[in-house]
Ligand binder design. Sequence first.
Ligand code: ZN
Length: 465
Amino acid sequence: MKLQFLGAARTVTGSRHLVEANGCRILLDCGLLQGKRKEAFEENRRPLPGGPPDVVVLSHAHIDHSGNLPSLVRRGYSGPIWATPATRDLCSLMLQDSAQIQVHDVNFVNKLRKRQGRAPFEPLYRPEDALNALELFQGLAYGRWREIGPGVKLRFTDAGHMLGSAHVWLEITEPGREPRRLLFSGDIGRKGIPILRDPELPLEGTDILLMESTYAGRSHPPYAESEAELSRIVQEAHAAHRVVLIPAFAVGRTQQLVVALHRLHDQGRIPGMPVFVDSPLATDVTSVFRLHPETYDAETLESLHQPGNPFSFRALRYTRSVEDSQRLNDLRGPAIIIASSGMIEHGRILHHLRNRIMKDDTLLLITGWQAPHTLGRLLSEGATQVFIHGESFPVNCEVRELTGFSGHADQAELDEWVGSMRRKPSHTFIVHGEEEGALGLAQHLGERFQLPDVRVPRQGESFEL
Ligand SMILES: [Zn+2]
């Protein structure tokens, strides 16, 4: 079998790994690279070496794992895309949303190019490519083995990271060899956070492991502490009549924040103040959450049987139209606005920030991991002057970070996950992490669990196993 790492190698976004066995090319994830614009522009357009794969398996719907599927289809891929049913439903919204962003962004660049007398760029893909990709999805529920190629079986288990997220298990039988297991962790979720079930531990173990390392070497405060911190922040903002701007992925983080604010509100731990979820995608995605109670933890399931529902409360408004969104420009505090994108790269959060970044009655509250070179990362690192839509702005608003809402396992949780394996992997590849964290995790796992062969592959590197 051959393994090749084509993305999320010594970086976090652009997840793409190719497995070749018995003449069958299996692509694990097909994500968008985010961050440095020029590099992302070129890398996302680069075709897969050796032509399209035979099969695609998707770990979850986040754009850095799924967002380049439409390009693959645009270049002629017509095989199956295996995913859990909830991932498929989320992708039906997210890939079309992503296509619209691609078209919008390229139109913006092309206006500049036209003025410079240069030829326009094509968008990476268009909404019709996203639709064509959706036709290829094949749903596979958690826990079932399914043959997806000659001598290759697939199973998903619950990764507890977002709705529908999965650990990907392959069982590969090559001629003259015992069957071998390959486990791709996808993104590993956290225990004890609301809505989703905890990640399923990989108790039986595996021969080959591909493992994420986003929060390697770091630890999250317990969830209850983060909720208490959120309550303090909101109370202070209320007292000071501030507007709290929260950038959040439309999928996952937004629903998690809504459920947390709902709970704090019901418990009287935050004062009554308007909360706006300003994202048509988040509004639609919330409906997808309602459609998949099979993925909920016991507490959320229980609350669905109570009057009202966990995704709405009296002070909360979902805004869909552009006009309603623009009306928020004149909104005075105290109020909370949750909008995407989560790393402040595009979308309505950029418009709100542009409108409020120079005002000291605004608090920008960052609740998720920010990729290097994104506006979210620059602001969380204390930038005092930033560019938004090509224009420079001084940062007068306050910027705070709340890490406990992360959807990724921290070091202790990664240890528990690996430690649970009865059969420890003979080959381990650390992916989906910044270089320093990934290298640290590789060394740590080798020492703590005596794993014999732990590597941090580079982009494009391949291994014969
Ligand atoms: Zn993810």
